[in-house]
Ligand binder design. Structure first.
Ligand code: GP9
Ligand code: MN
Length: 615
């Protein structure tokens, strides 16, 4: 105890600097970045997260002795303050945090420097108070002068590491899989602190850069050949059937196929969607191909017909790549392209990736009126979202390509009593129980949206592509799921069936409807849409095939390498017969397992090497 006390007294100048920097950072979080928290633990995290990096950075002073050490304490504090301040200026303009690529994006910097005088405020001077105090203490010789002590630098840096691990541990409790799953910058800053966030961001960026450096245009040749081999002609009756029409894409949050045409306590779960099946092409063997990037992965699949990453989010790691994306192609074809989604624009790094994709506009949360009454769970309720979107849609030039992303049917599936049109399920999983009313609510919101589009004359001239973005109920809830599905257990084979998401192609005025059983996935959306609009895909690098192509193979590979065809399912190293789920010799699956692996390999190569810049 006495030793610790003596150490604390000895290093009080260092400790003071750490304290001042941490408190200052916390205050900037609150006042400058307006970071709010939903509970005490979050607030606590916010308060302690600057400490580890402050100890580390200012702790570098321990490599020096005498007056030099105290000067380094001030210099490192100044450095941290500058990082804080540049972020603050950037935030005032973009309401977002700096990233490494942004720092090197000169065009972005220009945006900022042009208005820099407007961004600087007198109150900002408060940010140097601690530096003034520390300098004063040095000048007045009040700050104690330290002599060399052997292991001190390592002990201090070790201490910062321990503090960081504790911080990260608490953050993981508050937000599981923070570093792999949640790529919202605000979330990262909130949980691990601003400086640590920059280090993490640097790591992510450098990782993807290395592979890019070693790639060259010859890498493209074999991929082009592969693409040529797998190209499928469009269906001649449907090719260009929607030429010149508006395209309304709706990404249905967490919607899985197992609820379609199902009932709970005698009530239909998705009455509107069920009725729409009779007026649409509906695909009942359509799979999501997302991984940790969830919604953003599905957006990536749609826009590029490339596979997302097997870990992390490609929206975050490869937002600077060259893509030949669907929005860009449609822009060239005379379409106005947009996304409508009532969430922060930086969530999933959307603002940056959407720029890469070439969308004309992103109607984010700022475009919506969001208040306590019209919000639940993650934010604006779907009914209000669609209602408010009508005016935004009308404001666009036609033809437009607009993608809607719903939100209410998102884990943890919260819903007000007034919006619960069916009962909850009754099982040991509250998540699954709550899922049904929120699905039912989303279905209701879609019905109202269709009505409003009709009233506003937007329905007839549009085609609709609607699909579930990814699963809503993970295998963690298998016991409850087996209860709902009336099964003894959920096997690996069943688990694959549960990765099916509904997919609709609805063309008003078109009378040929059909229930389609072809095995397919989100990677097939881009070629399908392009062909419907009369756009050739022969020369586009894609890994999907038009869902309507008479030549197409009934085939899909999921991001984890599982493969499904009409006859077989390959997953987790085993091969099953599709018809009855019976396990068969692995040889039966071999050829298409290989094809799946090949697809993933080439697609990854395109992304990691940023190969489309050579094409
Ligand atoms: C957030 C919404 C949900 O904007 O898209 O994201 P998810 O957690 O489903 O990926
Ligand atoms: Mn989602």
């Amino acid at each position: 105890m006495a030793v610790i006390k003596a150490q604390l007294a000895k290093h009080k100048f260092f400790l003071l600097a750490v304290l001042l920097l941490s408190v200052k950072t916390y205050l900037v979080y609150k006042v400058g970045f307006n970071i709010s928290s939903e509970n005490v633990l979050q607030e606590f995290l916010l308060f302690i997260n600057p400490i580890s990096s402050a100890v580390f950075l200012i702790g570098l002073s321990f490599f020096f002795t005498g007056l030099k050490r105290n000067v380094v304490i001030v210099v490192t504090s100044l450095f941290a303050t500058l990082v804080l301040y540049f972020n603050l200026l950037y935030f005032r303009f973009f309401s977002d945090f700096l990233t490494w690529p942004v720092l090197f994006q000169t065009s972005n910097a220009k945006d900022l420097t042009g208005s820099i005088t407007e961004l600087i405020r007198t109150i900002d001077l408060l940010l140097i108070i601690d530096l003034v105090i520390l300098s004063y203490l040095i000048l007045k010789k009040i700050a104690p002068i330290q002599v060399k002590a052997k292991r001190e630098p390592l002990i201090v840096l070790g201490l910062s590491f321990v503090i960081f691990i504790v911080n990260l541990g608490i953050a993981q409790i508050e937000r599981p899989q923070l570093l792999t799953r949640s790529f919202d910058r605000e979330m990262l800053v909130k949980n691990i602190g601003l400086l640590n966030y920059h280090v993490y961001d640097g790591y992510i960026q450098s990782q993807s850069r290395a592979q890019r450096v070693f790639a060259d245009s010859s890498d493209m040749t074999e991929i082009l050949d592969y693409r040529k081999e797998n190209y499928k002609e469009a269906d001649q009756d449907l090719y260009a059937i929607a030429e010149g029409k508006n395209v309304i894409v709706i990404s249905l949050e967490s919607l899985q196929t197992f609820v379609i045409n199902e009932t709970l306590d005698g009530e239909e779960i998705t009455p509107f969607l069920n009725s729409l099946i009779n007026e649409s092409y509906y695909f009942d063997h359509f799979y999501h191909q997302t991984a940790q990037g969830k919604t953003s992965d599905s957006e990536f699949l749609l826009a590029t017909s490339l596979f997302p990453r097997d870990s992390g989010s490609v929206f975050f790691t490869h937002a600077g790549n060259e893509y030949h994306s669907l929005p860009e192609i449609l822009n060239e074809a005379g379409y106005y392209t947009s996304v409508l989604h009532a969430n922060n624009k930086s969530f999933w790094n959307r603002d940056v990736m959407y720029d890469s994709f070439g969308y004309d506009h992103f109607f984010d949360i700022e475009s919506y009126e969001v208040n306590e009454e019209n919000s639940v769970g993650w934010g604006l309720k779907d009914v209000d979202f669609f209602k408010q979107s009508i005016e935004l849609l009308k404001s666009q030039p036609q033809p437009f390509y607009s993608k809607f992303i719903t939100l209410t049917n998102h884990f943890p599936f919260e819903l007000g009593e007034e919006d619960k049109f069916i009962n909850e399920f009754n099982s040991n999983s509250n998540t699954l129980n709550r899922y049904f009313p929120t699905v039912r609510y989303m279905d209701h919101a879609l019905e109202l949206f269709f009505d409003e589009l009709k009233e506003n004359g937007l329905y007839e001239d549009s085609i609709f592509i609607m699909y579930g973005d990814h699963y809503g109920i993970s295998d963690y809830h298998n016991r409850a799921m087996s209860l709902f599905l009336n099964k003894d257990e959920i096997t690996d084979f069943d688990q694959i069936q549960l990765q099916r998401v509904p997919m609709f192609v609805h063309i008003p005025g078109h009378s040929d409807h059909e229930l389609k059983h072809t095995v397919a996935g989100q990677i097939d959306l881009k070629p399908t849409i392009m062909h419907l609009l009369g756009l050739e895909t022969k020369d586009d690098i894609q890994f999907g095939t038009d869902l309507f192509s008479p030549e197409r193979d009934s085939f899909v590979v999921l991001r984890d390498g599982s493969v499904i065809t009409d006859e077989y399912v390959f997953t987790k190293g085993s091969c099953y017969q599709k018809a009855d789920g019976a396990e068969v010799d692995i040889e039966e699956c071999e050829s298409f397992r290989e094809r799946g692996a090949q697809d993933l390999y080439f697609s990854d190569k395109v992304i990691y090497g940023d190969l489309l810049r050579f094409y």
